[in-house]
Design a protein around this ligand. Structure first.
Ligand code: ZN
Length: 284
């Protein structure tokens, strides 16, 4: 083979690869689809929303840098920008990975609880967030609209007391809606918060529920689950010493006929919502 032929072949292969890299994410996303990836980060939460209008939103970052590898796989290679990063509350299993995310990605805005937490991780998060992005301190007035996707922050209420002992009390709870689809992200909210949500938002239901606090028995009460009526329940959980997910929570979810997905069993759970349908893909 002459050198010209070899060079031409090389060029063709390179162009083919480039074409694949450029179009693959476009084909994968599909038109009009909202993709919500419940990333398997072990014991913690990390949820990537890929919006039909092109924005990327990350909710929590898990307990270590696992989230970076996952983002590398879920986002196009050239995409190093996140439109919104949400820290639901300042505990290590939610914000540790976010610190690395802020150092690696260009982040337009951060939605975070007020920085009233003295742990080393919370301080590091505060420092990274203040340096990296525009800060929005979360409360129920913080809503976002991206095309037909709406992010409605339900909790905490404005002027919440962030000096309280437990961060879970003021964890950001939000409902995302897209057409007829609704997804409730409950962070590590406990039964007190659940009770408040029912009282504050009569008639609130959800198609998909991110089960609170990794399936802790102190959340997901029967009253709350019966009110929400989720078709699908996603539990973000890994190896832990707390007994998450609690067998009684799994029973309560089964009792309302929710389809249960767990990141410790299925890996990253990909929820794909379009106006016509709902699809769920798992690694397992
Ligand atoms: Zn947690």
């Amino acid at each position: 083979m002459s050198r010209i032929v070899i060079v031409s072949l090389g060029l063709l292969v390179s162009l083919g690869l480039l074409n694949f890299l450029i179009w693959q994410p476009v084909v994968q996303a599909g038109p009009g689809e909202l993709k919500i990836n419940f990333i398997d980060v072990g014991q913690g939460d990390a949820i990537l929303l890929k919006l039909p209008t092109g924005e990327d939103v990350l909710v929590d970052g898990g307990p270590d840098d696992t989230v970076l590898t996952a983002l590398g796989q879920l986002l196009p290679v050239w995409d190093r920008e996140l439109d919104l990063v949400v820290a639901t509350h300042l505990e290590a299993d939610h914000i540790t990975g976010l610190i690395s995310v802020l150092q690696t990605y260009q982040v337009k805005e951060v939605l975070t609880p007020a920085f009233q937490n003295d742990t080393k991780t919370a301080k590091a998060w505060q420092e990274a967030a203040l340096k990296a992005a525009k800060i929005n301190y979360a409360d129920a007035t913080d809503d976002y609209v991206w095309g037909e996707v709406v992010w409605d922050t339900l909790w905490p209420l404005p002027n919440a007391d962030f000096s309280l002992e437990s961060d879970n009390i003021n964890a950001t709870v939000a409902q995302i809606s897209y057409g007829d689809h609704t997804v409730l992200l409950t962070a590590d909210a406990d039964s007190q918060v659940e009770q408040q949500l029912i009282a504050l938002y009569p008639g609130l239901t959800t198609e998909i529920l991110k089960v609170a606090h990794h399936g802790s028995r102190f959340s997901s009460t029967t009253t709350f689950l019966q009110a929400m009526q989720p078709d699908v329940a996603v539990i973000s959980v890994g190896r832990n010493s707390y007994g998450h997910p609690a067998p009684e929570v799994l029973q309560r979810l089964a009792a309302i006929n929710a389809q249960i997905y767990r990141t410790d069993q299925s890996g990253t759970i990909k929820l794909i919502l379009s106006s016509q349908q709902r699809r769920i893909l798992t690694d397992g």
